[in-house]
Design a protein around this ligand. Structure first.
Ligand code: SAM
Length: 212
């Protein structure tokens, strides 16, 4: 986000996480594994505590950090999470077992755009959390929105992409292309006739879309 001082202030106020999570955060930082920013994570967890979903679908497991944090915060919820990277999924499974959450979190290994059948076999979901390839957000949303319960909510991370969505010029062509896709997604989402959406400028930008 643009206001770095304020961002740092909020992050410093967030209480320490259990050591297990701190260790995963450190591993992610050391090995360039993208995980949700702490402030964004806290905002999403707070929403989940209020909503108390029974079933959550996550698109983008990485090494299981957000899935484990959700499982810890909402012990009644089961989480189905999709990851296409074999190594990351294997490490996520390892962390999930170490933390004793094997019964609560199920990983589907594969490309989210190709594993619809496995996702559908688990029924419908109260919350869908989209946190995978940013250029594909609209496709993930459209593909899985049909598996959302009537009162369901879709949470999408990274919708402000480090504040770049508000920049007029971006040097790198590749980044500019990605920013363009995110902006188009945001415009599409904010004007979606079937959802009320709010974008929270927290973490990397979190959109919360509630079925109308
Ligand atoms: N939600 C995780 C967390 O906060 O701990 C972080 C997820 S990381 C930002 C995005 C992950 O999505 C990466 O590990 C990447 O391999 C995975 N991914 C990207 N596109 C995907 C796709 N089409 N299908 C499945 N996984 C995908």
């Amino acid at each position: 986000m643009k206001n770095d001082k304020l961002h740092a202030y909020i992050e410093n106020l967030i209480p320490e996480r259990p050591e297990f999570f701190i260790n995963i955060e450190a591993y992610a930082a050391d090995n360039n594994v993208p995980i949700m920013e702490v402030a964004g994570m806290e905002a999403m967890l707070q929403f989940l505590r209020i909503a108390q979903p029974k079933k959550i679908l996550e698109v983008g497991t990485a090494i299981g950090y957000s899935a484990l944090r959700m499982a810890h915060a909402i012990p009644e919820a089961t989480i189905t999470t999709i990851e296409r990277d074999h190594e990351r999924a294997a490490l996520a499974q390892q962390y999930i077992e170490q933390y004793g959450k094997k019964e609560q979190i199920k990983i589907i290994l594969g490309d989210a755009l190709e594993v619809e059948e496995a996702v559908a076999s688990e029924g419908t979901y109260d919350v869908i959390f989209i946190d995978a390839a940013k250029g594909q957000y609209k496709r993930f949303f459209e593909l899985y929105a049909g598996y959302l319960t009537d009162q369901g909510v879709i949470v999408t991370d990274n919708v402000l992409f480090k504040g770049l969505v508000a920049e007029e010029t971006i040097e790198s062509k590749r980044t500019a292309n990605l920013v363009k896709k995110i902006k188009l997604f945001n415009e599409w989402l904010m004007n979606h006739p079937d959802y009320h959406t709010v974008i929270l400028p927290v973490g990397d930008g979190v959109a919360i879309s509630k079925k109308r």
